[in-house]
Design a protein around this ligand. Structure first.
Ligand code: HEM
Length: 491
């Protein structure tokens, strides 16, 4: 899309001129020394007294975040009840908040008064801030080191094979591919991080996470939500599923402590961790929080990414044909491994392009710890900021034909000029700890499944909806059409 075809009013363009940035904000062009370009904050119209934009947002959060952006621009302010939020949908602002000024922005959760995701995950890596986060990230990071990825890939493929064996009975039949991917990714994370199989509990776990995360999301986005101690049916259900998840996590920890077995997995790392100064290990609560965090964050995102990828493949036959040609040529009947991914560039491009159009984390939240200025916009201490990843990924200033699913853009060196125009795994110090893991898991499972099955869409409409992650509403029904696998070539 050319600049003149932008879906919303163009407000600035930037070109570098010998150490100066020349900015032209519509109506006020001027020169200034190198610094972040200035933006104009727009208040989203339509706020009603007390509630602000709550009504519209609660009904269709993703729809509102994108519609407001398209109509009113990259820097917006809106209100959910008493809470004021800033929505930033420009890569320069993403860089400011998440990278350059990362020490001025923390996660929005308060461990003393947990809300939202912290109600479920406690004070784990996703929700914690400050020293606790730093220390725990140091403990957990090594499990995701590149050197462990080949071994992880073998486990992922093993789990994939087990799932394929279960699919044999469904060949030619229809499944909800979103639920299938959720179960597959859940088993991958259980086996790789906890050396445990969760297959018997999968339905209960999926249900528990679904209920608890929905509750967390509602409690965060709806200031009128009744507190947890009020014995409503929903609150009681929430307590029940949390009890189940706690039991599962504490059970895993107790079993490992008792068996004294060493698996070199995440559970070992967490149990062996010692504070450098005090020599103390993590408390049971900390262990539970970190285990549940990796468990939840490590499968929900990848599962949604895979479900969206199957949907995109099913609706783009030319891409699907090229994908099948590549996996058939490279795998020839074999189970894929980490090495194979080097030879599957198109499959990797498909996954990258799917993460662009349907980023599992469509917005990243932060709270300002101090008064600060971002892109010329003054933010008060405590300001809530949403970096609109979904919008960045479709920003017409950085992506030609942004709405088009075109994996080729990742092969044709057509990457955006600004690296923060693509950030499915976040940016800065809080970048996803599972980035390499997920970048391996996604294409590997795509290749494994796509080699055996042609997944065809069995429903008309598929609608995205935001509930912490970006899910297909009501799942995606797909037919599992078995494919003829080429016989492996010998010699
Ligand atoms: C396609 C798959 C995935 C996507 C799109 C994704 C996306 C993200 C994003 C955007 C963040 C940053 C959130 C923020 O800055 O507030 C994040 C953080 C995180 N992710 Fe992922 N993730 C994926 C897979 C995984 C996997 C497989 C794991 C674990 C095995 C994982 C564990 C985490 C954790 C623990 C954090 C918090 C890191 C920190 O703050 O230090 N993610 N993820």
């Amino acid at each position: 899309m050319s600049k003149t075809q932008r879906p919303y009013p163009s407000r600035h363009s930037i070109s570098k001129v010998s150490g100066l940035q020349r900015r032209s904000v519509v109506g006020s062009p001027y020169l200034m020394p190198n610094s972040a370009p200035a933006f104009t904050l727009v208040d989203v119209p339509g706020a009603i007294p007390l509630l602000g934009h709550l009504g519209a947002f609660r009904k269709q959060p993703l729809e509102m975040l994108t519609t407001w952006w398209r109509r009113h621009g990259d820097t917006l302010r809106f209100r959910l009840g008493r809470r004021t939020l800033y929505l930033f949908s420009h890569p320069d602002l993403a860089e400011e908040v998440l990278v350059k000024q990362s020490d001025r922005f923390v996660k929005v959760y308060d461990p003393q008064r947990p809300t939202g995701l912290a109600l479920v995950l406690g004070n784990g890596l996703v929700t914690s801030s400050g020293e606790v986060w730093k220390r725990h990230r140091r403990i957990i990071q090594p499990i995701f080191h590149r050197s462990r990825m080949a071994e992880m890939a073998d486990r992922m493929a093993q789990v994939g094979e087990q799932r394929m064996a279960a699919w044999n009975g469904h060949a030619g039949g229809t499944v909800d591919i979103a639920a299938e991917m959720m179960q597959l990714a859940l088993e991958v994370i259980s086996q790789t991080m906890f050396s445990a199989s969760m297959t018997q509990h999968i339905d209960r776990i999926s249900h528990a996470l679904q209920v608890s995360i929905k509750h967390a999301f509602d409690s965060f986005s709806n200031p009128l939500f009744l507190p947890l101690w009020v014995p409503t049916a929903r609150n009681r259900e929430f307590h029940a599923v949390m009890q189940f998840l706690d039991g599962l996590m504490y059970g895993l920890l107790a079993e490992r402590r008792q068996s004294r077995a060493h698996h070199g997995d995440l559970l070992d790392l967490l149990l062996q961790a010692r504070d450098e100064e005090t020599g103390k290990g993590l408390t049971d609560q900390e262990l539970r929080d970190e285990a549940l965090t990796i468990f939840a964050a490590g499968h929900e995102t990848t599962a949604n990414a895979l479900a969206w990828t199957w949907y995109l493949l099913a609706t783009h036959p030319e891409v699907r044909a090229r994908f099948h040609e590549e996996v058939d040529r490279v795998l020839q009947g074999r189970t894929p491994n980490a090495e194979d991914l080097q030879h599957l560039p198109y499959t990797r491009a498909i996954f990258e392009e799917s993460l662009r159009l349907y980023p599992p984390a469509p917005a990243v939240q932060r709270k300002a710890t101090t008064q600060t200025t971002v892109g010329g916009i003054s933010l008060p201490e405590g300001a809530f900021v949403l970096v609109g990843t979904y919008n960045l990924h479709r920003h017409p200033d950085f992506w030609p034909n942004p709405e088009e699913f075109r994996p080729e853009r990742w092969l044709d060196a057509e990457r955006p000029s600004n690296r923060y125009a693509y950030m499915p795994f976040g940016a800065g110090p809080r970048t996803c700890v599972g980035l390499h893991f997920a970048s391996l898991e996604g294409p590997l499972l795509l290749a494994l499944i796509g080699h055996r099955y042609d997944l065809q869409l069995a429903q008309e409409k598929v609608e995205p909806y935001l509930m912490v992650t970006l899910r297909p509403k009501g799942g995606i029904r797909m037919t599992l059409q078995p494919r003829k696998i080429p016989v492996p070539s010998i010699g």
